[in-house]
Design a protein around this ligand. Structure first.
Ligand SMILES: [Zn+2]
Length: 202
């Protein structure tokens, strides 16, 4: 999920061009990581349900760390594996923007097992840069997932964290936030993207 999608102050002045002026979170003593390019809307990998992860090995751990690095580089608060071209049920979330290492959450094969309340807030997506829309999400969710060792756990999220969980778990089902918008708003965004693509800017 895109960070400025949920912050009004950022949203007001956010364009794809000012992303370069935002200070990147510092990651001291972190080993060099692969920064994946973020797959953009239109790539079929984004609209296909991801495969269940069954192998919990070093490669999965590497991928999740590379996904955190790619997410921080792109100013996001959540990133799903299909957004880096991997069609598996893995997502990373950090609503602290890398400021707090304890806020790093890896979700393997996650599912929402409880949801409560409703919040309508503006949302964006790293795969749909430059576009935002209001999406109603639960205020609280409980997610059941596995960690990188394959151990099951449950985690509860509220407000922004709940929104990030819902947004990323949607990605793992091949669902984008566009699908939660009104048909009018969705078609408008799709038309604009089509135009950008024609101009070679997407
Ligand atoms: Zn997204």
């Amino acid at each position: 999920m895109r960070r400025d999608g949920i912050s009004r102050t950022m949203a007001d002045k956010s364009t794809s061009s000012d992303a370069t002026t935002v200070k990147l979170p510092e990651t001291p003593a972190a080993p060099p990581r692969k920064i994946y390019p973020i797959v953009k809307y239109g790539d079929p990998v984004l609209e296909k349900p991801g495969a269940t992860v069954r192998t919990f090995d070093a490669a999965l751990e590497e991928l999740s760390e590379d996904m955190f690095a790619s997410m921080y580089a792109a100013q996001g608060v959540g990133l799903a594996a299909p957004q880096v071209g991997k069609g598996i049920r893995l997502a990373v979330v950090d609503v602290s923007n890398g400021k707090n290492s304890e806020a790093k959450i890896v979700l393997v094969n996650p599912e929402i097992i409880h949801a409560e309340g409703e919040v309508r807030e503006e949302e964006g997506c790293l795969s749909i840069p430059g576009f935002r829309g209001y999406v109603v999400r639960p205020q609280f969710v409980t997610v059941k997932a596995q960690n990188l060792k394959g151990e099951p756990f449950e985690i509860r999220g509220e407000n922004l964290l709940a929104r990030a969980f819902c947004h990323e778990i949607d990605h793992l089902a091949g669902v984008l936030f566009l699908q939660h918008l009104s048909m009018l708003k969705r078609d408008l965004i799709k038309r604009k993207i089509k135009k950008l693509r024609k101009e070679g800017e997407w």
